[in-house]
Design a protein around this ligand. Structure first.
Ligand SMILES: *Cc1c(COP(=O)(O)O)cnc(C)c1O
Length: 412
């Protein structure tokens, strides 16, 4: 449900909370700002791939907290690593070094081929970092005036002022004026439009930023031709390519980075969501080009690279790198597609691996998500599609159960 400018489509369709959830909801709504269209359910506890609300109702989770709980709920090895770190050193200033951050960085570097990284706490912050890095790279090398970042129409890059400006959807460009300048938009998968944009802005562009599969925008993958064109056009002019893999990264698509499917290595890659298994972490990674751009004092974060998040992140990387893990993500993605292929309500299924968008014939995605709650199933939406981001560790049996419920709702 993030990524919606306003969640009017779900507000009001489930007015009454299942009994047992009311007390928390009432207290919550009295004190917490109403910036989300929340379902009237208070989650109490999770285990494996299911969670339970305060009334005791259990839900199979095909959303994993919007792709964050990559190992499901309270995975034992992950929880052990996190708890042990909490009892050892929970935090220290980034003016000192910590071993767990060094280990995590080394591991992430091996798995991505990116030598350098900056740690922060969210996807938006990782993208802020990428924007600053690209602009300073260009400033250091070419001086002022080459600062525009081209992003794609229908993209989503976060909720801070700069990442809202980077987000290529008009509904996000309201209320909060003035937005930072220096962002231009071009339609996804339209090579002539990109060429025209680069010609129009010749000498003023420092980077192109894109999601390989637009997540919040409706699970829309870029075409291979378009991605090839971005890398070749940018390469010619020393324009950096930033890939926002906040949603597609960390094994979600059956490769560690979705970029591996497309055969390109970006200059800057951002990760967050699933990277630490449900703890806050964002990472901005870069290759050689940007390795010397940030000097002491040019960027920072109090909590960035927090040891507890790093310990959780290491447990995630261990699992994702384990024998056969990524292939199992691909196989489970295929299982979902196979099951949905016989459902009469499904028009098309988009995405790669366990990142799935389901286009519906007649039903409204928001209503499907709401009905699913009554049936003990959590699903997400993205624009008018039902979106699935199951925990990467989900078993085939759990997946079958969940998809059977979903198909039943769709055909009901
Ligand atoms: C979720 C998301 C973000 C924002 O991440 P936050 O952690 O909510 O700041 C940015 N980019 C993409 C592609 C995302 O899916």
């Amino acid at each position: 449900m993030t990524g919606k400018a306003d969640n009017t489509d779900i507000t009001g369709i489930m007015d009454t909370a299942p009994s047992g959830n009311e007390k928390t909801i009432e207290k919550f709504d009295r004190h917490v700002m109403h910036s989300y269209g929340r379902f009237p359910i208070a989650m109490k506890q999770g285990s494996g791939r299911s969670c339970t609300d305060e009334s005791g109702r259990e839900y199979i989770d095909l959303g994993s907290g919007i792709g964050t709980n990559s190992l499901g709920y309270c995975d034992e090895k992950w929880a052990d690593a996190v708890c042990s770190q909490v009892r050892t050193l929970q935090h220290n200033s980034n003016y000192y070094y910590t071993e767990v951050q060094a280990q995590f960085a080394e591991r992430l570097s091996e798995m991505t081929g990116c030598r350098n990284m900056f740690f922060c706490n969210s996807g938006a912050e990782a993208n802020e970092c990428a924007i600053k890095l690209a602009r300073k790279y260009s400033f250091d090398k070419y001086g002022e005036g080459r600062n525009i970042i081209i992003t794609l129409v229908n993209s989503f890059h976060g909720r801070t002022m700069a990442t809202l400006a980077a987000t290529g959807q008009d509904t996000f460009h309201n209320y909060f004026f003035p937005f930072p300048g220096g962002f231009e938009y071009t339609p996804a998968n339209d090579i002539p439009a990109l060429e025209a944009k680069l010609r129009e802005l010749d000498g003023r562009v420092c980077a192109v930023m894109m999601e390989y599969i637009q997540g919040e925008g409706g699970v829309n993958p870029l075409s291979q031709d378009f991605v090839d064109a971005v890398f070749s056009l940018c390469g010619e002019k020393d324009i950096l390519v930033i890939t926002d893999e906040v949603q597609t990264g960390v094994g979600r698509t059956g490769r560690f980075l979705a970029g591996e499917w497309f055969g390109h290595r970006a200059d800057i890659v951002t990760l967050a969501k699933g990277i630490a298994g449900g703890l806050p972490m964002g990472v901005c990674l870069s290759g050689e080009k940007c390795s010397g751009v940030f000097t002491p004092g040019t960027h920072g974060s109090t909590f960035g690279g927090n040891p507890v998040s790093c310990a959780g992140g290491l447990a995630v990387l261990d699992r994702v790198a384990s024998e056969g893990f990524l292939d199992s993500v691909t196989a489970k993605g295929q299982l979902i597609r196979d099951m949905l292929s016989s459902c009469s309500e499904v028009v098309s299924v988009s995405g790669i691996g366990l990142m799935i968008g389901i286009e519906l014939k007649t039903k409204k995605a928001a209503e499907v998500a709401r009905t699913a709650l009554d049936r003990g199933l959590l699903v997400l939406t993205a624009k008018e599609k039902v979106r699935l981001l199951p925990p990467l560790t989900i078993t085939e049996n759990e997946l079958r159960r969940g998809i059977e419920i979903l198909i039943d709702i769709l055909e009901g």
